[in-house]
Design a protein around this ligand. Structure first.
Ligand SMILES: Cc1cc2nc3c(=O)[nH]c(=O)nc-3n(C[C@H](O)[C@H](O)[C@H](O)COP(=O)(O)OP(=O)(O)OC[C@H]3O[C@@H](n4cnc5c(N)ncnc54)[C@H](O)[C@@H]3O)c2cc1C
Length: 367
């Protein structure tokens, strides 16, 4: 039987980013139940890096990740900006968002005219004002994933695909999977399957809720999109869209609570998205060129869950990255690697943010 220091369950961005760091100092295997890598959430994202997105813990993690992304800017990011728009009823929500975030992130408040000048596809009768985050960028998720994978390969990390866990045993301080491979530590990086995997190891769930998000792609026939147009997002996250190669990639920003599975888009969600975007823009829809959906997996407070479950230090959580798992992957991987490798994190992240993403808060162990 082959023994590893660490087995990571899940080959998504969470598993591979952590693997790329810890494999420098430990013998690591990643196991993946699918035949294909990046088959689930990681391969289905909207691929954006937005510093002003999410709760305070997410904003902090994104800020930490920024150094990694900016050190390799051309490899991973393409600046596009994001414009959070409001209609007449949402005017003050836009202003409140600006006032709440302007000290943390570089933002500008735009009038109706300034908004329409930058996004010529918007319906003038609909839009009222907007907040611009000019540093928001598209992430090249394939390049990012390949970067992590190459680092992992260079360190002799192993990936076993099509690996289904049928039997888990714990003997002599070692986890044994399927009588085939063993390890001292298990890392649960299984995305939407986080609680199901925990159950296999007789660990209490953290109660993740996978939520479906739909994306659809179309080519508007009546209007040519200016390529300077930023990602446009409704200030209350009811829809968003971006242009890419003369097509529009759009989402109704659905958050339908679900269960871990290979999800597919529901026509009703696409119809809702079309309706909302039609009201806000001049786009005329012909047909949908492409569509998909994926799971954004949260716990109740919408912050990730990381850390050792127990004082035995043999089961580590790296889950619940929600809708931010790509943009926060550098930070979450580094912080998790430091914990696993017994290194300090205090130069990276302050204690209160660490508490807010720790498994200990879920277990009510933070005093
Ligand atoms: C539509 C959509 C848009 C998004 N947009 C963005 C965005 O713009 N920016 C951003 O930062 N994030 C975005 N996200 C979120 C981001 O995609 C996720 O947070 C991230 O991909 C989660 O990565 P993961 O590795 O935890 O999960 P996954 O990529 O789902 O990987 C988990 C893996 O674990 C495997 N697994 C599960 N159970 C087992 C088992 N028992 N044995 C072996 N393997 C197992 C699964 O097969 C899977 O491959 C978006 C998500 C969606 C769905």
């Amino acid at each position: 039987m082959k023994h590893y220091d660490i087995i990571i369950i899940g080959s998504g961005i969470a598993g591979i980013s952590l693997g790329s760091i810890i494999s420098k100092e430990r013998k690591v295997a990643i196991i993946e139940k699918e035949k294909q890598l990046s088959y689930h959430s990681t391969g289905r994202s909207f691929a954006f890096f937005i510093e002003s997105y999410g709760n305070n813990a997410i904003i902090e993690l994104t800020k930490i990740s920024k150094k990694f992304f900016y050190d390799n800017f051309n490899l991973f990011l393409k600046k596009k900006g994001v414009m959070f728009i409001g209609n007449n009823k949402q005017k003050t929500i836009v202003e409140d968002f600006y006032n709440e975030h302007k000290h943390k992130v570089k933002l500008e408040l735009f009038s109706k005219n300034e908004t329409i000048k930058l996004a010529n596809c918007l319906n003038e009768d609909y839009v009222n004002n907007s907040v611009i985050d000019i540093n928001a960028s598209e992430i090249d998720v394939n390049n990012l994933y390949e970067y992590y994978r190459k680092q992992y390969n260079k360190n002799d990390g192993l990936i076993l695909t099509d690996f289904n866990i049928n039997l888990v045993e714990y003997k002599n301080n070692k986890w044994i999977l399927n009588n085939e491979i063993s390890s001292d530590i298990i890392v649960n990086a299984s995305g939407a399957w986080a609680d199901e995997v925990a159950k296999l190891f007789k660990i209490k769930p953290v109660n993740v809720i996978p939520k479906i998000r739909t994306v659809f792609v179309f080519k508007p026939q009546n209007i040519k999109i200016d390529s300077n147009c930023p990602l446009v997002a409704d200030i209350e996250e009811k829809f968003y869209f971006k242009d890419q190669n003369d097509q529009i990639y759009a989402s109704p920003a659905d958050e339908t609570p679900s269960y871990p599975h290979d999800c597919h888009p529901d026509d009703l969600d696409i119809a809702i998205g079309i309706d909302r975007i039609q009201k806000a823009t001049k786009f005329k829809f012909n047909h949908i060129d492409n569509k998909w959906s994926g799971l954004r997996t949260f716990v109740k407070d919408k912050s990730p869950v990381i850390g050792y479950e127990n004082s035995n230090k043999n089961f580590f959580w790296l889950v619940a990255q929600g809708g931010y798992g790509i943009q926060t992957s550098p930070a979450l991987a580094e912080i998790s690697a430091n914990i696993i490798l017994n290194k300090k994190n205090d130069f990276l992240i302050d204690n209160s943010t660490l508490n807010n993403i720790s498994i200990k808060r879920i277990r009510n162990e933070i005093l």
